[in-house]
Design a protein around this ligand. Structure first.
Ligand SMILES: Nc1ncnc2c1ncn2[C@@H]1O[C@H](COP(=O)(O)OP(=O)(O)OP(=O)(O)O)[C@@H](O)[C@H]1O
Length: 225
């Protein structure tokens, strides 16, 4: 297995109960996994734990045979090779599309950076938008830029928090299709969280269902929802 989470427990400082309660989860390379659950079930918290933005109380997380965290180890977020697309996209408003995407590529030399920038712009079909600012883009376009920025450094895993929550209902079908195509083309292992079964069905091949921080079901999308 590619990403392995074992007996993970987590609690926010001001909370009495575990937010994540003995979570076990595996994902294979190339999977697109949906974490499905109601508001407050702990979906975003799982992504933050995988990304290293929160520290679990107990358990372990490993990626591609490297331990990201266990009782002796804690790899910092910037060293985890994980890309994240936040619910509000978190684009830098004062930077153009190109600058936003280049931001994650600071370790590459200039020639490689430009070549990777052009590659991801083509992948998301937005070459002609490269000099625009985020406020000059639609919600769906901003989402694609956030996606391009996250995958530009070729992370091992892509995490997406509620990728459709900010989008117009009419646009949803189109954007679901686009996102699925981009993820297929980029061939990237992905975990995304959603409260919407249709989102999970449209994009994911596997799903886990979460209730109050506890995994209650898992499997192939076709068998579960
Ligand atoms: N920074 C925080 N401090 C304290 N409690 C928090 C914090 N962030 C989240 N929580 C609590 O942890 C629980 C899980 O939150 P989380 O955001 O992971 O849920 P979620 O399933 O992603 O919800 P939503 O679908 O509404 O985004 C909730 O009860 C929430 O109130």
């Amino acid at each position: 297995m590619f990403l392995n989470i074992k007996d993970l427990y987590f609690k926010y400082n001001n909370s009495k109960e575990y937010t994540i309660n003995k979570l076990n989860m595996n994902i294979d390379r190339g999977d697109v996994l949906a974490i499905l659950g109601e508001s407050g079930s702990g979906k975003s918290t799982i992504l933050r734990l995988i990304a290293g933005l929160e520290e679990p109380l107990k358990g372990s997380i490993s990626l591609n045979d490297n331990i990201l965290m266990d009782k002796n180890t804690f790899i910092m977020p910037e060293n985890r090779e994980i890309g994240m697309v936040f619910q509000d996209y978190a684009l830098f408003p004062h930077m153009t599309v190109s600058k936003n995407i280049l931001f994650g590529l600071d370790k590459m030399n200039k020639k490689k950076k430009i070549s990777r920038l052009n590659e991801v712009l083509k992948l998301i079909d937005m070459v002609e938008y490269k000099d625009r600012y985020p406020h000059e883009l639609s919600g769906g376009q901003q989402q694609r830029i956030a996606l391009a920025r996250a995958i530009a450094p070729r992370p091992s895993v892509l995490l997406m928090d509620e990728p459709f929550s900010n989008l117009d209902a009419d646009l949803k079908n189109k954007i679901r299709k686009e996102l699925k195509e981009i993820l297929n083309k980029a061939d990237i292992t992905t975990i995304f969280v959603t409260h919407n079964k249709e989102d999970a069905r449209a994009i994911a091949n596997k799903v886990i269902v979460l209730d109050k921080g506890i995994k209650i079901n898992k499997g192939l999308v076709d068998n579960i929802i």
